[in-house]
Design a protein around this ligand. Structure first.
Ligand code: MG
Length: 255
């Protein structure tokens, strides 16, 4: 299934994408699909971030080539069996084609293209081999980062979590294999990140097992799985795209 979330008559609703048509639903598609009997052309939809996040759990340092480029920020205790977790809150969510704006005190605003996972069921202490049964689908996410703030603060809450710093979408799909997805980030059309989720140090199933050993994930919660090498700055006027094969292109505008 392919899902989208959209604004319809001023309210957020979910829909199922069939071809270029969106069949709208009466409630989030976590357990059962309740169609409202209407459909809209995808091109006319005002798309939203396809989640119902109470939290966005992010994985830091999950591709070796990104660890290499960020070596100044990686301490000697980094252990692939214990992924680095941090949180974004729902205020950071942003929409496909949405604008990203950093406060004036931010000196360097970076893109980080990532595969995102949206949960279908409440998950706690989930074994790795059952983890993908708890997933509603996969989508693109840009883990926008105020890099200078992240470095100067000594922890990541402020630099990672400003309003609009988590664009995600456009489509959420369960029709892909999460550990074999090509990921490309483009800045003004030029490829700046190109990798494959095969290269994730900790794969999606293991990530879910690791997170849910510590905290409950709710239906609609989001996991951002980490970014590969090539992170870099954005400035007002830039257009940034995160594309994942089989999912689509998340495009945002820096203002
Ligand atoms: Mg990241």
């Amino acid at each position: 299934m392919k899902y989208v979330k959209l604004r319809k008559d001023g309210r957020p609703v979910w829909g199922v994408l069939q071809g270029q048509e969106v069949r709208t639903l009466t409630k989030p598609p976590f357990e059962e699909l309740c169609y409202d009997g209407e459909s809209l052309p995808l091109a006319e939809c005002d798309l939203l971030a396809p989640c119902e996040a109470t939290k966005i759990v992010c994985i830091g340092k999950n591709y070796y080539d990104h660890i290499q480029e960020m070596r100044s920020m990686v301490d000697a205790s980094h252990n692939p069996e214990r992924p680095t977790l941090f949180l974004k809150a729902p205020n950071a969510l942003n929409v496909p084609e949405g604008t990203v704006h950093a406060p004036g005190f931010v000196g360097r605003l970076d893109y980080e293209g990532e595969l995102a996972v949206v949960m279908k069921r409440r998950a706690k202490d989930v074994p790795e081999e059952e983890a993908l049964d708890y997933v509603l689908g996969y989508t693109c996410l840009n883990d926008v980062t105020a890099r200078d703030v992240q470095k100067s603060d000594g922890q990541w809450a402020r630099g990672k979590n400003m309003d609009g710093f988590a664009p995600m979408g456009p489509v959420l799909t369960d029709e892909v294999e999460p550990d074999h997805l090509e990921l490309t980030t483009r800045l003004n059309g030029a490829v700046v990140q190109h990798s494959n989720t095969e290269l994730l140090i900790t794969g999606v199933g293991k990530i879910i097992a690791f997170i849910t050993a510590s905290m409950t994930l709710e239906p609609g919660d989001v996991i951002a799985t980490g970014t590969p090498a090539g992170v870099g700055p954005m400035v007002p006027g830039d257009v940034v795209e995160v594309e994942i094969g089989g999912i689509g292109v998340l495009r945002n505008h820096i203002i």
